[in-house]
Write a protein that binds this ligand. Sequence first.
Ligand code: KIV
Length: 262
Amino acid sequence: MTTLRLIEMKREGKKIAMLTSYDYTTAQITDQAGMDVILVGDSASNVMAGNWTTLPMSVDQMIYHAKSVVRATKRALVVCDMPFGSYQVNEGEAVANAIRIMKETHCDALKLEGGVEILPAVKKILDAGIPVCGHLGLTPQAINKFGTYAVRAREEAEAQKLVSDAKALEEVGCFAVVLEKVPAKLAAQVAQDLKIPVIGIGAGGGCDGQVLVIDDMLGKTQGFSPKFLRRYADLNRIMTDAIGRYIEDVKSCDFPNEKEQY
Ligand code: KIV
């Protein structure tokens, strides 16, 4: 899978499937299942580390997760999030961090949150030959500015800014844009306006592809059920049951049995 192939898929009207992964075994399963794009999201901060926001994630931590995912992946395009603080200071720091992530992880592309404000950094990273995916709408690294995880761009001014940000990201050379938690009509309009794929999360069926956080769609996470989330499994229940049975078997001396020892 390549960034070019994703753009072709949009042209051919083929939807793009994207899902997060943060570790080797999960990425291996995700890749073997036929995923187009694996996102090493900074949502690792929430689902792997138990933080309230994505802000604490460091470049070193993203590199650790991305390396594990890349080692497991044979087919999918691996996109790694640039964490909060790694691209906002200046273009020089942004490109230095981007090059470091690419060199150390061997991932295929990077994702950055924001529009025109971060365009100089995006341009510099693209100039270094690194593919960039944009991310607009509800950008979790700006949660303290928003003050809420509610749907973004419902108001005309914010919707217009989102449309022009998306166009600017396409014009500068991004290969895709993620739109998070925005009205479906607006996302569909952006997807129609752009030649590059628009990947939605809580942005409706008019997008060129969809992305979800794997722990959410597998039902591992608790207490998080936004309207856009479809749960494809109840791993929380399955794991709790399996772990409970293991505890019972150890305590009752049922495990290990004769066949399970040397
Ligand atoms: O970090 C992440 O998982 C993401 C997706 C929610 C798009 O950015």
